[in-house]
Design a protein around this ligand. Structure first.
Ligand code: NDP
Length: 249
């Protein structure tokens, strides 16, 4: 059977584990070569080795902090040299530093904005240059439902994800003429290490607001990203697709 991403090269940030890893696996399952990058380089190596073994694709790993502009430039060269191009970018790396607004430190505000928003901008800018020359490409940003609704205790995170949505729509408009599609996926409550640490009462409260009555899995996000990366979604750009069990309608 032909795989929908055969011959494509994808780069997924923050993909050593969690949602990013599930995305890297889903893209590889469809035949894409995948660059696995993460601030945590050793786990990224293990993930890349798994992809190559499980799906018979080329996969490379590199340590990369998405706030490091110079590191991003050299990584793009490495991807082009070792994997032969760059067709799909998934901006997945993201962090939380939760706290009530009046007690939030400038440091917690800055770091979340740096990683989630500036990191997405820096990777998008670098990848778009390559994709513009090729006159095609797919950029998929992982936002969050709280970027649309806000959330008490997450002013920094919600602001960063609202920013990601604005960046997605602006980039979609700017890059459409060069054949590049830019979309966002907004997950709701997904079972990963990021949400594992939530207090039990907060988890119960979240579940009450989910019509499908269950927590999402990383694979639920990955399958939508794979659709957005594939030719099946070529007429879609500038959109935010929620993957939240109906939390918001
Ligand atoms: P995880 O914390 O499980 O994984 C995130 C990965 O990104 C980790 O491997 C982490 O490394 C890495 N990372 C952190 N900072 C950087 C950085 N500066 N540069 C590169 N990599 C970095 O998170 P999730 O898988 O849950 O989240 C993935 C994305 O999905 C994020 O953008 C998140 O905001 C978004 N999301 C998640 C939801 C959820 O319910 N889980 C809901 C909505 C959105 P390390 O472990 O070393 O920190």
């Amino acid at each position: 059977m032909t795989r929908s991403l055969e011959g494509k090269v994808a780069w997924v940030t923050g993909s050593a584990r969690g949602i990013g890893k599930a995305i890297a696996r889903a893209l590889a399952e469809q035949g894409a070569s995948v660059a696995v990058t993460d601030i945590e380089g050793d786990i990224a190596k293990t993930t890349a080795a798994e992809l190559a073994k499980d799906f018979a694709v080329k996969s490379i790993a590199a340590p990369l902090d998405v706030t490091d502009a110079a590191g991003i430039e050299s990584l793009i060269k490495k991807i082009q040299t070792e994997l032969g191009g760059l067709h799909i970018l998934v901006n997945n790396a993201g962090i939380t530093r939760d706290g009530l607004l009046i007690r939030m430190s400038e440091d917690d505000w800055e770091r979340v904005l740096q990683v989630n928003l500036k990191g997405t901008f820096l990777c998008t800018r670098a990848a778009a240059k390559v994709m513009m020359r090729a006159r095609s490409g797919k950029i998929i940003n992982i936002a969050s439902v709280v970027g649309m609704t806000g959330n008490a205790g997450q002013a920094n995170y919600a602001a960063s994800k609202a920013g990601v949505i604005g960046l997605t729509k602006s980039a979609a408009k700017e890059l459409a003429a060069r054949g590049i599609r830019v979309n966002a996926v907004a997950p709701g409550y997904i079972a990963t290490e990021m949400t594992q640490g939530l207090p039990e009462d907060a988890k119960t409260e979240f579940l009450k607001g989910i019509p499908l009555s269950s927590v999402g899995q990383p694979e639920d996000v990955a399958s939508v990203v794979t659709f957005l990366a594939s030719p099946a979604s070529d007429y879609i750009t500038g959109q935010v697709i929620r993957v939240d069990g109906g939390m918001q309608m």
